[in-house]
Design a protein around this ligand. Structure first.
Ligand SMILES: Cc1cc2nc3c(=O)[nH]c(=O)nc-3n(C[C@H](O)[C@H](O)[C@H](O)COP(=O)(O)O)c2cc1C
Length: 181
């Protein structure tokens, strides 16, 4: 199983979530080949080569950061020939703003899924029965709040990283079942 985790991270928190998802996937599927790349370093061939594509981004102005949108728009070429159809997709996000996870985390994750579904991909959410969901999960995937009360970056919580590992394990196990059958 080839996995691509492509993420946008300015201050490192979203990257830590990406690493935690990879760690969780490895616990579940030790033979998974996992490639972690920033959105800037991700090419269309990385998407084509993956069985499982995971997109993660920090929230910028209520939605995904523009480098993630740039990658998504560039991958529009792949919509033409359907080369991502049938691949498995998962998402995660971080937000620094006020409220439980910052303003726009859910909208961001839903937008990422919308793109996957446009390609004909199969998307995997985050069931609430799984470990660490209660403190770092939404039905869409794991999320983390990364800002303090002044709105400045303050890092990612252990709860968010635990949710990311839990989601990673679930995503890998579910993907393995889908890919095999
Ligand atoms: C240009 C910009 C816009 C942002 N807009 C939002 C926002 O609308 N809502 C929010 O919760 N956080 C917002 N943030 C905060 C980032 O989401 C936060 O810094 C991010 O989670 C940190 O992740 P990172 O360490 O991976 O960069 C914004 C940050 C930047 C740089």
């Amino acid at each position: 199983m080839n996995v691509l985790i492509a993420y946008h991270s300015d201050y490192g928190s979203t990257e830590k979530m990406a690493n935690a998802i990879a760690a969780g996937m490895k616990v579940s599927q030790s033979d998974a080949v996992i490639t972690l790349k920033s959105t800037e370093a991700t090419g269309l061939n990385d998407l084509i080569d993956a069985d499982v594509i995971v997109f993660g981004t920090s929230v910028h102005m209520g939605s995904m950061a523009w480098p993630m949108k740039k990658l998504i728009d560039q991958a529009g070429k792949l919509w033409m020939d359907g080369s991502l159809e049938g691949k498995v997709g998962g998402v995660f996000a971080t937000g620094g703003g006020f409220g439980g996870a910052g303003g726009g985390v859910e909208q961001t994750m839903i937008s990422l899924y919308s793109n996957f579904l446009e390609h004909g991909m199969i998307v995997i959410g985050f069931p609430k029965s799984l470990p660490a969901y209660a403190d770092g999960g939404l039905q869409w995937g794991p999320y983390g709040r990364t800002g303090n009360h002044e709105g400045m970056p303050s890092g990612i919580s252990d709860a968010a990283l635990a949710a990311a590992r839990s989601y990673g394990a679930h995503l890998a196990e579910t993907s393995a079942n889908i890919i095999t059958h």
